[in-house]
Ligand binder design. Sequence first.
Ligand code: NDP
Length: 270
Amino acid sequence: MEIRFDGKRALVTGSGKGIGREIIKKLAKCGAECIALSRTQEDLDSLKTEVCESVFMTLALGVPGIQTIRVDLADWTETRQAIESLGQIDLLVNNAAAFLMCPFLDTSEEEIDRIFDVNFKGVFNVSQVVARGMIERGNGGAIVNVSSNASMIGIKTLASYCSSKGALDSLTRVMATELGPHKIRVNSVNPAVVNAGMGIAYVSDPKNAENFLPRIPLGKYVGQCENMILYIPCVSESEDVANAVSFLLSDKAGSVNGICMLVDGGLAAN
Ligand code: NDP
């Protein structure tokens, strides 16, 4: 199944590192003109170089541009102005998020605000501007929110993060309902443990790794020993998430709207 985004402009938030960075690289390879939004300028500069080099090497001709923009999504006004200045966006990936490991009883108001300002209000803000533009142009579009399996289960020490992702899933469904009539599809991907910033931070505590990883049914083949085939529990790669995102953004998912797609190696089924 070949996915192409030629002639489309794509905005990916939080694309300086981890999953967002992989999503930008994937969309650029599929022909989209990409806009990478993040907080750290050095990440954006190195991403620009990497994308230009890899796309140039694989395509040689017709290289779409990559634009970068440094914004703190926690700042509502700054974000709104920045997104309004970007012009046409056909594909939006709300990937940026803040993460906090803290027991429920110890979580402060400031910490709750910090998580919700980025993970929920940031998505609301960016999507309002982008969706308005899509409606005005009348050509539709596609939005993917990067949520988490944490939206669906209660994970100890992740009260504010889990709640923000639960709110995000709810927002995804409402946006799909309101924007669908304008030919704008809105879906989410919900990964579990990914080999990127937040997943690494979470399983670097051995208690979390012991509790979580053995429950992921999808094993990864690691070798053979005395006629036994050895598997380890699967931690997804950023590329697995980027593939799911690009499918949902593409016309191949033309009837898919309002879903929260687990990319969790089967964890929820176990
Ligand atoms: P990383 O921490 O590796 O990267 C997050 C990116 O978002 C960074 O580039 C960061 O920039 C940027 N960002 C964070 N806050 C802001 C902000 N206020 N304004 C602008 N940019 C910001 O995260 P992951 O790649 O691990 O996670 C990406 C997404 O995937 C998140 O939505 C996360 O919830 C979700 N997810 C991740 C999982 C995992 O196991 N990794 C599992 C399930 C879901 P900077 O570093 O400069 O702050």
